[in-house]
Design a protein around this ligand. Structure first.
Ligand SMILES: NC(=O)c1ccc[n+]([C@@H]2O[C@H](COP(=O)([O-])OP(=O)(O)OC[C@H]3O[C@@H](n4cnc5c(N)ncnc54)[C@H](OP(=O)(O)O)[C@@H]3O)[C@@H](O)[C@H]2O)c1
Length: 501
């Protein structure tokens, strides 16, 4: 495995811990080695190993730090310094790879290139990598040795740039060599959406416009922009969360059953959903989308600054840190069913979930109850934290009032499934799952080129419209709340409310 950007944040916080845990579970080969590549010319194998040791000891994704396991991993870590935008520096990488691979039979010299570098250098690096000959294009997915390239998100910053990057990648590598990562897809619940829907017979018959009133997809963060003000000013919430995570959750929720659980069958169905999403035309955007920025407020009893007061953020910035959007999937199954998507920073709780709300019963026979007083059934798939599923339904409150059927008291309760409780362990961090998938050539949880472009087609018009039309007054929401009043109004127009997870 060759990590480009091995001294960066992702490599330290996610990739190394994932490798360590995979080794802990005996899931990597005896011959597995890691070559870190970074710009710092002062680094050696030894200094790199020391930095990675520190990163692992500080990581909360690593269970107990096991010295013997570390000693095993340590000898497999190597470092070479290179400026990856300079084609001339690839010879040094090639030399180190040849030394490292010397003991392997030629057909086992598989190479996994992980681009943990800023998106601004994806293109020159992809070009240089291909031209260097270190990652030859292969015709079939089962040829040996293989070379695979993992490209981090964000994949482009617009439809046009994503198309451009895809064209470049596919002119140099085959689709089956290219793994576009969205770490949300590595989470258990996200995969469980498919199992829940297609391995059970009770949900699928009611999974349509006849029984489902609407779907709410939430990705709420409590953190602000922290040290990443510069990045966020370029990205904003729609690029950061909607283009990838939220649309992935929407397509898994809305897709038709694939013929089989194979990468292409699943991705074909997801692409069809994305292509069915009704276009957000400039006329439709004001009525169907809300943007906002967090203002100063209290989180966990501590006062925090507003977005415009954060480091590296312009004092008059119009970059949204919150958005809520009403989308429709214009196909046979979902006609007329709204999908409400929202995401924001500095919200009241860190919570990502898909909540499917069913229609109310057609006839209410419990005298005094109005339709509004009863909570409709909801199936909630929690993506993070506390990954699990809850089904909410109405029960009778025990008590003497039973005699008076007209006065029966009803209350909502949850039937709960929680991964940690049920299986006695917390789910593997997403990067562990995804890294193993790349190693074994399993691409179901990675985004195909047409899929990433279909997602951009949905969201790009919104970004374009908002960037071309700055708001007269950017709606605000105090840090620690559930978002702006305007987002409530958006959904209340339809007679529903946002859930407070
Ligand atoms: N961090 C996360 O949690 C996270 C989550 C999801 C996705 N991602 C994605 O993962 C990628 C990496 O993010 P990050 O947070 O790890 O960024 P980062 O901390 O800035 O690390 C990027 C690394 O790339 C190196 N690099 C940049 N240009 C280079 C060049 N020309 N040659 C060699 N090395 C070069 C940098 O080296 P120098 O130190 O020399 O500058 C740095 O070590 C980004 O695409 C990001 O969007 C990150």
């Amino acid at each position: 495995m060759i990590i480009f950007g091995a001294l960066g944040d992702l490599s330290r916080r996610k990739l190394l811990p994932a490798i360590y845990e995979l080794m802990h579970q005996h899931l990597v080969d005896e011959q597995f080695q890691v070559l870190g590549v970074g710009r710092d010319p002062g680094q050696t194998d030894d200094t790199f190993r020391e930095q990675m040791r520190q990163a692992l000891s500080a990581s909360d994704e690593v269970g107990r730090f096991d010295e013997a396991l570390w000693q095993d991993l340590c000898t497999r870590l190597h470092f070479v310094s290179a400026d990856l935008t300079d084609a001339g520096d690839y010879a040094a990488i090639g030399e180190r790879l040849t030394q490292i691979e010397a003991k392997c039979p030629p057909e086992q010299r598989n190479r996994l290139f992980y681009l943990a570098v800023p998106p601004s250098v994806f293109e020159p690096i992809v070009t240089n990598l291909s031209k260097s000959g270190l990652a030859p294009r292969t015709r079939t997915a089962d040829g040996r040795p293989w070379a695979r390239i993992v490209v981090e998100k964000p994949f482009g910053r617009s439809l046009e740039s994503a198309q451009h990057l895809n064209a470049l990648l596919l002119s140099m590598f085959a689709e089956h060599q290219t793994y576009r990562i969205d770490h949300y897809l590595g989470k258990e619940t996200v995969q469980n959406v498919l199992v829940l829907r297609f391995a059970n017979s009770i949900f699928e018959p009611i999974w349509n416009r006849q029984w489902i009133h609407h779907v709410q997809i939430t990705a709420a963060e409590t953190v602000g922009v922290e040290e990443r003000g510069k990045y966020y000013e370029e990205a904003g919430v729609v690029r950061d969360m909607f283009q990838n995570h939220l649309l992935q959750l929407l397509s898994l929720t809305a897709m038709e059953p694939p013929a089989q659980m194979s990468a292409n069958a699943v991705r074909d169905e997801k692409v069809k959903v994305l292509r069915s999403v009704r276009w957000l035309t400039p006329d439709a955007i004001p009525d169907n989308a809300v943007r906002a920025q967090y203002t100063a407020g209290a989180m966990d009893g501590k006062q925090v600054p507003g977005y415009r007061q954060e480091k590296d953020v312009a004092a008059d910035s119009n970059v949204p840190t919150f958005a809520a959007v009403r989308l429709f999937v214009d196909n046979w199954r979902w006609n007329g069913v709204p999908f409400y998507l929202r995401s924001g920073k500095r919200l009241a709780r860190r919570e990502s979930e898909i909540a499917v709300q069913f229609r109310s019963p057609p006839h209410l026979m419990f005298g005094h109850l109005t339709r509004e007083a009863m909570r409709p059934n909801t199936l909630v798939m929690r993506v993070q934290p506390n990954e699990g599923v809850a089904l909410n339904f109405e029960v009778k409150v025990p008590g003497a009032a039973v005699a008076l059927t007209s006065n029966i008291e009803i209350a909502p309760v949850d039937m709960e499934f929680d991964y940690a409780n049920a299986f006695g362990e917390v789910s593997a961090p997403a990067y562990e799952t995804l890294l193993l998938d790349v190693m074994i050539g399993e691409a179901t949880l990675f985004t195909r080129s047409d899929e990433v472009e279909a997602a951009w087609r949905v969201i790009d018009p919104l970004i374009q419209h908002w960037e071309a039309n700055p708001p007269k007054r950017m709606p605000g929401y105090a840090a620690g709340t559930w978002g702006p009043r305007e987002a409530d109004e958006l959904i209340e127009e339809d007679g529903v409310e946002w859930r407070e997870p």
